[in-house]
Design a protein around this ligand. Sequence first.
Ligand SMILES: [Zn+2]
Length: 335
Amino acid sequence: MLAWLHLVALGVGLGGVWGRARALHDSLREPVDERALKRALVADTWWGVAAVLWLVTGLWRLLASTEKSTSYYLSNHAFYAKMAMFVAILALEAWPMMTLIRWRMATREPNTRDAGRIEVISYVECALVIAMVLAAVAMARGFGMADGSARAIVTDSLTALGDSAEAAAVEPASSNAPLPIPASSDLELLARELAMPLAGIDPAKLHSNFNDLRAGTRRHEALDIMAPRRTPVMSAASGRVLKLFTSRNGGLMVYAADSSERFILMYAHLDSYAPGLHDGDTLTRGQLIGYVGFTGNASPKAPHLHFAIARSDDVRRWSKGTPVDPLPLLQAARR
Ligand SMILES: [Zn+2]
């Protein structure tokens, strides 16, 4: 709703300030258009409504972390570019706002010189609003992030998810499209959404076993987190359940998509699922999805969670993707 209102304000505001410029232009014409000035004031009111909407929804989204954390915005250059343009618009608007208030209150007579000036200022503000949209899009897609911590973990591996060799085998043979390479901006976005799937474990104290070899030649391409049997496993990100799957190697597994639908998160060797969990269920970060176990090819002496992340172009193909080491992402997520 906040994002919607913020975008609706774009339509209202751009229409308002453009309409104000056009109406002021008309007010300068000969013969005099009696209603042009009135139209300019109506458009100016909508421009003001948009400003209030932008401020309230923008501050709410920034400070209440409704979508991304406050630190996400504050570490993003595109956010500062957007704010600089917003401040420029406020500065430009100060004089027109005061002048038009005086016109409304009839403490100052409308005149062609002021009308012409406000017309030009309005067009400049239009251009700034349009440029702000570009900064907003860049910001939302993770461009302009100040710290590149997640950048080093891009992998060019083209193999399937760690323990899902069997899952891959049940896929139709037609899905031979090249697997996607994770973009650093995607990884940075994911890192900011992630939480540890097991409570009370500090990711800074874990060691990556992503590149360990399993069964001789196959890379592990996941993170094993040791934990007692029946330790609750929480969804590491908001999103949805793609597939509850059982395989000889992975045992009881959950395949889930993150909210961006760009990543597949996989949890394996579960003792059991959370009661009532089904394919397609919406997940919120931290929601119980199952319990640590040793189903599949895990040792009963070493119950653990096998947690894998893969970049995917189509999460409906839940067993396919480009593996990404979860540990650096989880460690980046702690900040
Ligand atoms: Zn494993």
